[in-house]
Design a protein around this ligand. Structure first.
Ligand code: CAA
Length: 294
């Protein structure tokens, strides 16, 4: 089996297919965005070295995720994921909010049929297809869809004033962007049930203790910390890092036996790369490796 076959899990849709889904259901398919020219209405994007930085920027609505913002997010994340010069992505918001959820005003009067036809929430499937590691740097509110967005990232850093919650039951609905599934996997059934059934928000400290976030940083340092970690990851071999990410993600979908077999296949496939040869040779030669992503 070739490395490429092992690497491309059947769970992953192609980026192009997802882009078409997003454009079709969001209904704004006529617009064209570009991360390179920063032509977004609700995002600020920039490249820092080998890291793509995506900041949701709709502060008047606490970064509520309306259709336009989710389409722009999908576009920016997919562009950076496809860019061979980008090795990791940082996703953040503004100082008061990572995102206060899906846009309640926009969806309040939609019928069931309209919601279903738009396949609301399907844009989140793009996270199953992203191969670059994504670090969420959460400041302020990460509620509803905002919390779900953070949980879909690979690593979550929180500021001291961050608050996480799935308050959907308080507005007559339930989490719809993966929250019931990812929160349970992150914190276990008892704590997930308490948060989802009551809508209770938790602090950054609780989120760290419960395993939802990996580290807390000062409010004005959390984005810099995420960029630093992303930079370290991006300085490594991209195909090797991506295989490591794929192996960890498989644990959420596979039995232990199948997950171990999948991991073993990926481990063996690393020996088809030049970077495995370079990494091990550099160790033996007592020098720094020079990765070529090959
Ligand atoms: N959608 C639309 N607008 C929102 C919003 C949201 N999710 N969250 C905040 N806003 C808007 C407010 O309406 C307000 O706008 P106006 O000034 O035009 O009135 C502005 O942002 C500031 O918000 P507040 O005045 O409410 O600020 P606050 O400091 O008093 O409260 C808050 C902050 C606790 C986050 C509160 O805004 C809040 O509870 N927001 C909603 C949180 C929520 O329920 N999120 C889940 C949404 S549903 C979802 O996400 C479904 C899913 O699974 C995908």
């Amino acid at each position: 089996m070739s490395a490429a076959v092992v690497f491309e899990s059947g769970l992953r849709s192609s980026a192009g297919q997802l882009s078409r889904i997003v454009h079709r259901f969001v209904g704004l398919g006529g617009r064209r965005f570009s991360a390179a020219s920063n032509s977004y209405n609700n995002l600020q994007v920039e490249v820092r070295g080998s890291v793509g930085l995506v900041a949701i920027h709709r502060p008047a609505a606490l970064n509520a995720l309306n259709d336009e913002t989710t389409m722009e997010l999908a576009d920016a994340l997919q562009q950076y994921d496809r860019d061979s010069t980008i090795g990791a992505i940082v996703l953040t918001g503004t100082d008061r909010a990572f995102a206060a959820g899906a846009d309640i005003k926009e969806m309040a009067n939609r019928s069931f049929v309209q919601t279903r036809r738009r396949n609301a929430g399907a844009f989140m499937d793009l996270f199953l297809a992203l191969r670059s590691p994504v670090i969420a740097a959460v400041r302020g509110y990460a509620l509803g869809g905002g919390c779900e967005l953070a949980m879909a990232c690979d690593i979550v850093y929180a500021s001291e004033d961050a608050q996480f919650g799935l308050p959907e039951v308080q507005i007559g609905t339930i989490p719809g962007w993966g929250g019931t599934q990812r929160l349970l996997r992150a914190v276990g059934k008892a704590k997930a049930m308490e948060m989802i059934l009551s809508g209770r928000r938790i602090s950054a400290k609780e989120a760290e203790e419960w395993g939802l976030v990996s580290a807390i940083h000062a409010n004005d340092k959390v984005v810099a910390a995420a960029l630093e970690t992303a930079g370290k990851i991006a300085s490594l071999s991209q195909p090797i890092v991506q295989m490591a990410k794929a192996a960890v993600n498989a644990a959420e979908d596979m039995s232990l036996r199948n997950g171990i077999l999948y991991e073993r296949s990926l481990f063996q496939a690393t020996f088809a790369t030049q970077d495995q040869k370079e990494g091990m040779t550099a160790f033996v030669d007592k020098r720094d490796p020079k990765w070529t992503n090959a």
